[in-house]
Design a protein around this ligand. Structure first.
Ligand code: NAP
Length: 254
C-alpha cells in the first residue's frame, strides 16, 4: 500500500459521472475529503460540487457530456487525462429511471436507460482501463448499481435490466482486469433521498411501505455512500474484485 493510511486518496484523480447532484455529488465530496482531485462529467453544471470540492483544497475539473451517447466515452476520458494527467478512479454513477407497466413499456424508455445506465458505463470503463493498462498504474472502477440488481422491482423494466446487467459486467470486468491491477466493484445503494426517488417519496403508500422495510428506519442520504466509495477507491480494497457492496440501511437483510 502506497500510503500509511490505506484509505488515503492523496494524489489520485477521480472521474465521477453525474456529480452535480444526488449520490454522485455525495461520492465526489467523499472522495475529495479522502484527498482525491475530482473530474465531474455530465450534462448539467456542477457548481455546488465544485464549491465543496475546492473548499476541501482539492482540484476540480468539469467536462460536459450527454451520457446517453456512448461514443462520448473516449473523448471524455481523453479530455480528463489531458486536463489532469491521469484518471485513477472511475465512478460510473450517472443513471436514469423510466417507470411504466411492462405491458406498454416503450422502446424509447428501454433504450434510454440501457444506454445511460449500462452501455456508456461499459465504454467509459473500457477507455479508462486502456489508459490504466498503458501506463501500468492500475486503478479502480466503481459502478453504481441498485437493489434492482438483486430484485425484480416493478414498472422499471429497463432500469432493472440495466442495473442487473451492470452488476454482471462488474464481475466480467473484474475477471478480465484483476491481473492488470484494476479493481472493478460496485455499490448498490438502497433507497436514497435524491431526484431519482422523488416520485416514490411523493406517493404516501409507497413511501410508507419502503420505510417500513428499511431496518435503519430512514431513507439514505448521499453522504451515507461515502465510506463504501472511499474504500473501493483506495488501497484498502486492493484485493477486492468483482463484488457488489449494498449500502441499504439493511433492506436486503429483510
Ligand atoms: P439523480 O439525482 O437523478 O442523479 C442522476 C445523475 O445522472 C444526475 O447527475 C444526472 O444529470 C445524471 N444523468 C442522467 N442522465 C444523463 C445523461 N444523459 N448525461 C449525463 N448525465 C446524466 O439520481 P441519484 O439517485 O443521485 O442516482 C445516481 C445513481 O444511483 C444512478 O445510477 C441511480 O440509478 C443510482 N441509484 C439511486 C438510488 C436512489 O435511491 N436514489 C438507488 C439505487 C441506485 P442531470 O442532473 O443533468 O439530470
Amino acid at each position: 500500500m502506497s500510503s500509511s493510511n490505506p484509505f488515503s486518496l492523496a494524489g489520485k484523480v477521480a472521474l465521477v459521472t453525474g456529480a452535480n447532484t444526488g449520490l454522485g455529488q455525495g461520492i465526489a465530496i467523499a472522495l475529495a475529503q479522502a484527498g482525491a482531485d475530482v473530474v465531474a462529467v455530465g450534462r448539467s453544471s456542477a457548481t455546488d460540487t465544485e464549491r465543496e470540492v475546492k473548499a476541501l483544497g482539492r482540484k476540480f475539473h468539469s467536462i460536459y457530456a450527454d451520457l446517453e451517447r456512448s461514443h462520448e466515452a473516449e473523448r471524455v476520458v481523453a479530455q480528463a487525462i489531458e486536463a489532469t494527467g491521469q484518471v485513477d478512479i472511475l465512478v460510473n454513477n450517472a443513471g436514469i429511471i423510466r417507470r411504466n407497466d411492462a405491458l406498454v413499456f416503450t422502446e424509447a424508455d428501454w433504450d434510454a436507460a440501457l444506454d445511460v445506465n449500462l452501455k456508456t458505463p461499459f465504454f467509459l470503463a473500457q477507455a479508462v482501463a486502456q489508459s490504466m493498462v498503458k501506463t501500468g498504474r492500475g486503478g479502480k472502477v466503481i459502478n453504481i448499481v441498485s437493489m434492482l440488481s438483486f430484485q425484480g422491482g416493478i414498472r422499471t423494466a429497463s432500469y432493472t435490466a440495466s442495473k442487473s446487467g451492470l452488476a454482471g459486467i462488474t464481475r466480467l470486468l473484474a475477471n478480465e482486469w484483476a491481473s492488470r491491477g484494476i479493481n472493478v466493484n460496485a455499490i448498490a445503494p438502497g433507497y436514497f433521498e435524491t431526484n431519482n426517488t422523488t416520485a416514490l417519496r411523493a406517493d404516501e403508500q409507497r413511501n410508507r411501505d419502503i420505510l417500513g422495510r428499511i431496518p435503519a428506519g430512514r431513507w439514505g442520504r448521499p453522504s451515507d455512500l461515502g465510506g463504501a466509495a472511499v474504500f473501493l477507491s483506495s488501497a484498502a480494497s486492493d484485493y477486492v474484485h468483482g463484488t457488489v457492496i449494498p449500502v441499504d440501511g439493511g433492506w436486503l437483510a429483510r
